[in-house]
Write a protein that binds this ligand. Structure first.
Ligand code: ZN
Length: 301
């Protein structure tokens, strides 16, 4: 059913877009089929998505998806624009509209490249866990600390760099077995339910934790639930978060490169035992880290 729509879409697009861009883009850009590519093409709840838009370097792009503004950057090959986006782990499945418009320099109107994107269910598991009672029913002092920390995190997540700071593929933060734990619905001590918004690695206390990509450390502090926590800003609203560390080896404001050691794994905060919890956040959406690690971004920037 989707297959029947794509050729017509591409054909219509070619008719509309080529004449407009031809005068501005020169010989190089006329070799490509203008349009939008989403990778991976089957979109599921919790999935990061790379959006590629073939448009000239001097075009102006605007986009919006699932209530979030898309921030485009120019790809390394000089042929296309990209946005690294995704669907939150708690986002509903079903139809969505990916809105993209492209305005060529000097053109009076924008070209609408919007398309429908079906979001498929992901079938995450449910597990039960037991943690210390103070993490399920925090007292007044602890609640005040949790509130202050939540405000601190909101500030950190509202101030991402205005350009991408990452480069090439993301790499796993530890040399340890990953678990299939992202998206799991969890029942703590038989009561509190929450969704697991990251990926756990079975890392022993003292295992080196490394930056998954280049960026800037925007938070490096002990937090109530997260334990010793390091947040790296990769720009344009994309962050990786490492939790439960036994030691933090970076400072806020510090620039890191892919593979730089940021601390040692541990068992601080709300844990059932030693492990590294690693989360990927884009704007306010939590995305599956395993899928980000599998993305081929080597030619993107
Ligand atoms: Zn976890």
């Amino acid at each position: 059913m989707a297959g029947a729509r794509i050729p017509r879409f591409a054909f219509t697009l070619a008719l509309i877009v080529v004449p407009v861009f031809a005068s501005h883009a020169g010989a190089q850009a006329t070799n490509q089929t203008p349009g939008v590519t989403i990778t991976p093409p089957v979109v599921v709840v919790g999935s990061p998505e790379l959006i590629r838009v073939a448009a000239p370097a001097d075009a102006t792009l605007e986009g919006e998806w699932l209530g979030k503004k898309l921030e485009f950057f120019r790809g390394r090959d000089g042929q296309a624009w990209f946005a690294l986006a995704g669907v939150d782990v708690e986002s509903p499945e079903g139809a969505s509209t990916l809105r993209i418009s492209v305005r060529a320099t000097g053109a009076t109107g924008a070209i609408d490249l919007s398309r429908n994107v079906e979001i498929h269910p992901a079938h995450y598991r449910t597990t039960t866990l037991t943690v210390a009672p103070k993490f399920v029913a925090p007292g007044p002092e602890e609640l005040a600390r949790i509130k202050a920390e939540s405000e601190l995190k909101a500030k950190v997540f509202a101030a991402s760099a205005p350009e991408p700071l990452w480069s090439g593929n993301f790499r796993a933060p530890v040399t340890a077995a990953p678990t299939d734990s992202f998206g799991t619905r969890r029942v703590f001590n038989g009561a509190l339910a929450s969704v697991h918004k990251g990926m756990d690695f079975r890392a022993l206390v003292g295992t080196a934790v490394r930056a998954g990509n280049s960026g800037v450390v925007v938070l490096a502090a002990p937090l109530y639930y997260e334990g010793n926590c390091v947040v790296i800003d990769h720009g344009l609203g994309l962050y990786t978060i490492s939790m439960h560390l036994s030691r933090i080896d970076v400072k806020e404001g510090q620039r890191v490169k892919t593979g730089d050691e940021i601390g040692l794994s541990g068992a601080t905060g709300r844990v059932t035992g030693p492990h590294l919890h690693w989360a990927v956040r884009w704007q306010n959406a939590y995305l599956d880290p395993a899928k980000l690690l599998r993305m081929d971004l080597s030619g993107v920037r």
